[in-house]
Design a protein around this ligand. Structure first.
Ligand code: 5GP
Ligand code: MN
Length: 345
């Protein structure tokens, strides 16, 4: 259950009042929750007349850009695209508000910039195991749908009601909650439904959000889905393995973000308890994991894929050549490590 400390909210309010150059930061490959929660926090800071910015380690996928309005998009920049400017903003910041990640390692190179900054640092997150030492103030709660949900309850307290949330924040928060809960499919708590109810009552157009999230893809995504599901393997332990190489990605004409959600599809099969999607990237093989109740995919992500996350939704990486000799060996690697895990658990 979400329990916010009114003293912590007061501390945040004071830190915001005193700040003149606040920066909001979220994780690498930002998902809907990262974009939604950071955009909402930016709107709040702007409503107080602050010269606020969002700095992200990497670009927002085109499929998620609808979450921002013109003003928030203009105030968002990435370290990937504008390294010098991003570095300057972080080093000049007097307040850094981090949303939707638990450790600075989730920021890649931006993590070190934040660590060495002398700004007041605030973390608002819903993942287990927050790196408390790196922050002055931490709002951490795992029994919620999303970071957007925690930001909602904080902003509601600060603004005096859900109908008084500023600018793009109501829309952005409902987007973040909807994507992280997979449209109320997982991580949905009483507080999640209350939040949705209050935002819809405040006028947020949920149908518009659903149309953007679920019915606005290019055909290429559907064809890629068919391709990836067509060659899916399911092990005797009920582990579904999906893979996509760089070449397949290119041949299918996919853009960044267009394989979002593929990992959830195999869970529709009764005998699948864990789904793993491995896709080849420039630096490493990115791995997404989703499990059904009774299987902790974050343990598997931590143990075999240099990652972590939530109990039922996690991620990590497979490194070539440290973990496997090439991408063709990824499927065997996943089968071997999950066989080992399920032999022990
Ligand atoms: P996705 O599969 O959507 O990329 O990630 C699902 C969840 O896994 C994220 O919300 C995040 O909590 C976690 N996650 C993804 N990638 C990583 C990673 O490389 N390291 C850690 N620690 N967590 C990750
Ligand atoms: Mn999240």
């Amino acid at each position: 259950m979400l329990r916010l400390d009114s003293g912590d909210i007061k501390t945040l309010q004071n830190a915001v009042r005193q700040a003149s150059k606040p920066v909001v930061i979220s994780h690498v490959n930002p998902d809907g929750d990262a974009v939604g929660s950071s955009t909402a926090m930016l709107s709040y800071l702007l409503s107080l007349g602050k010269d606020a910015r969002i700095v992200l380690p990497s670009e927002i996928a085109a499929t998620l850009s609808f979450i921002q309005d013109e003003e928030s998009a203009a105030r968002t920049l990435t370290a990937e695209g504008h390294k010098i400017e991003a570095t300057a903003l972080i080093s000049a910041a007097d307040l850094i508000i981090c949303v939707d990640f638990n450790t600075l390692s989730r920021l890649d190179a931006v993590g070190d910039m934040v660590r060495s900054s002398s700004a007041v640092k605030v973390l608002i997150d819903h993942h287990p195991g927050p790196e408390r030492d790196a922050f002055d103030l931490v709002f951490s709660e795992t029994e919620v749908s999303s970071a957007s949900e925690i930001v909602f309850w904080i902003l509601k307290a600060l603004c005096g009601g859900a109908d008084r949330l500023p600018g793009r924040s109501p829309y952005a928060l409902l987007c973040g909650m909807t994507t992280d809960s997979n449209n109320f499919g997982n991580s949905t708590f009483p507080s999640t439904l209350e939040m949705a109810s209050e935002l819809i009552a405040a006028g947020v157009d949920r149908e518009d959000i659903l149309a953007h999230i679920y019915n606005s893809y290019r055909q290429e995504r559907l064809r890629a889905m068919a391709h990836v599901l067509g060659k899916m393997k399911i092990t005797d332990n009920g582990v579904a393995i999906l893979t996509l190489s760089e070449k397949e990605n290119r041949d299918l004409g996919l853009q960044e973000g267009e394989t979002e959600g593929f990992v959830n599809l195999p869970l529709a099969a009764l005998d699948v308890r864990l789904s793993i999607f491995a896709r080849q990237n420039i630096d490493a093989v990115r791995v997404s994991l989703r499990s059904k109740r009774g299987t902790s995919c974050n343990e598997i992500a931590h143990r075999y894929f240099h990652g972590g996350g939530h109990v039922l939704a996690s991620g990590g990486k497979i490194f070539i050549p440290q973990d496997v000799k090439n991408f063709s060996s990824v499927e065997d690697y996943i089968k071997r490590v999950t066989d080992e895990y399920f032999a022990e658990n």
